[in-house]
Ligand binder design. Structure first.
Ligand code: SAM
Length: 222
């Protein structure tokens, strides 16, 4: 799978993409990620990417010219062109899974007040939000989307099983985890986890998932 990211702030992604599982996934050629600076598609000497909004109002708007030029150069037949935006479709595990099965994604990160509407209408196929809050730019949102979908690419996670036990996969949040030592500062690990009785452990974990989900995300149980 190939992902091209268009941003005004490529260095924001440097450490993120080279560390941990994403770094290993790229080294193993499971995933190819290229980060591009939108300014590389500007033609004026100031490398202008934004301008004032028609109709007035605060802030600046990302201009058509560099974005059209960049997307038209990077796109391939059948690729999915995605704009990260707070008014997009909310990112979910199902959406991350669906996107992980694409061959090629082009991700556009906005800045300022957003982007010219004509970009959204002509060179964007899908709009995705990472949550009901507003970031200063879309670069972190692109990073979140890449991280969420990469987990579904076969071979990226060490143990594929963790995909099926994690929060949201079963509409329940995850159960509590413990590791050694069994007693730390007078706090003991629940007895059942030390019992070796897998049936009882499963039951306990499920009960804890229901308890946590009811208290933190009752909407998921509906
Ligand atoms: N005026 C826009 C609005 O109210 O919907 C917000 C623009 S925001 C300050 C600047 C950029 O950050 C957006 O163009 C988008 O790319 C990105 N962004 C901000 N919040 C986001 C979110 N929750 N999900 C995805 N992208 C987001």
């Amino acid at each position: 799978m190939r992902i091209d990211v268009l941003t005004l702030f490529p260095p924001m992604l440097d450490g993120f993409l080279s560390e941990s599982m994403l770094g290993r996934a790229q080294a193993a050629k499971l995933l190819e990620i290229k980060v591009h600076n939108l300014r590389d598609w500007t033609k004026d000497k100031h490398n202008t990417t934004d301008d004032r909004p028609f109709g007035g109002g605060a802030g600046m708007v990302l201009k058509c010219e560099p974005v059209f030029a960049a997307i038209e150069e990077l796109q391939t037949p059948g690729c999915r062109r995605i704009y990260l935006t707070p008014d997009g479709t909310p990112l979910s595990p199902a959406l991350a899974l669906e996107l992980s099965q694409q061959q090629h994604l082009v991700l556009l990160s906005g800045h300022y007040e957003g982007i010219d509407q004509r970009i959204r209408e002509k060179v964007i196929d899908q709009e995705v939000s990472i949550g009901d809050y507003v970031l200063t730019n879309g670069t972190l949102a692109a990073a979140v989307l890449i991280d969420a979908l990469a987990r579904f690419i076969p071979g990226v996670l060490g143990e594929e099983k963790s995909l099926t036990t994690e929060s949201f996969t079963s509409k329940l949040l995850d159960f509590p985890q413990y590791t050694r030592p069994a007693v730390y500062r007078d706090m003991s690990v629940p007895e059942v986890l030390l019992s070796g009785n897998h049936g009882e452990i499963e039951k306990w974990r499920h009960a804890k998932q229901v308890e946590k989900t009811s208290s933190v995300r009752p909407d998921l149980l509906k």
